[in-house]
Design a protein around this ligand. Structure first.
Ligand SMILES: Nc1ncnc2c1ncn2[C@@H]1O[C@H](COP(=O)(O)OP(=O)(O)OP(=O)(O)O)[C@@H](O)[C@H]1O
Ligand SMILES: [Mg+2]
Length: 156
């Protein structure tokens, strides 16, 4: 399977949101994004940008769905925003009906995807955020599958 990787750097939450916006504009139905990183790494900030890039104007609604486990937003494509922080494994994720949302025609954003790796399809975009200082983040994007290769190449 085609694999491609690129790393970006942001300085401040606004840059992460802007970056997410550019990424969101490139996404197609069926895209699955695994957002990985420690508490406060910026997964939700990135998700906010992605959601905006998908045409949702009210970003206030975008918060870690820690208790609800999944939030749905109506963009140009339906967006399913998961937070698997509290989940102990893929079973629990499947119980909330993740398969239909992940293998459908929406866009799935999964915070703490490493907790539920068994729920992810073979092809997906893995995004790992790392804090390098108070305001700087490394954003490593790794695409598994052809469709993600193109997205990564189009990210300037
Ligand atoms: N470059 C940056 N990108 C993103 N967030 C940043 C950056 N610099 C500072 N921050 C701050 O880091 C925090 C990131 O919080 P956010 O909720 O996005 O993290 P998270 O990874 O979703 O955490 P959690 O696992 O708790 O849901 C915010 O308080 C934000 O202001
Ligand atoms: Mg979060």
């Amino acid at each position: 399977m085609k694999e491609s990787k690129r790393t970006f750097k942001t300085d401040g939450v606004d840059e992460t949101i802007k970056f997410g916006e550019r990424l969101g504009m490139l996404l197609l139905p069926g895209a699955v994004l695994a957002l990985i990183g420690e508490l406060g790494a910026g997964k939700t900030a990135l998700a906010k940008g992605i959601v905006r890039g998908l045409g949702v104007t009210d970003m206030r609604a975008v918060k870690s769905p820690t208790f609800a486990l999944v939030h749905k937003y109506e963009g140009r494509i339906p967006i399913y925003h998961f937070d698997a922080y509290r989940l102990k494994g893929s079973e629990e994720m499947l119980h909330i009906g993740s398969d239909e949302m992940i293998y459908g025609n929406g866009v799935a954003l999964v915070e703490w995807a490493d907790n539920v790796s068994g729920c992810l399809p073979q092809e997906y975009l893995k995004i790992t955020l790392t804090a390098v200082s108070e305001n700087e983040r490394n954003i490593e994007i790794c695409g598994y599958g052809n469709r993600y290769d193109e997205i990564i190449n189009n990210l300037s």
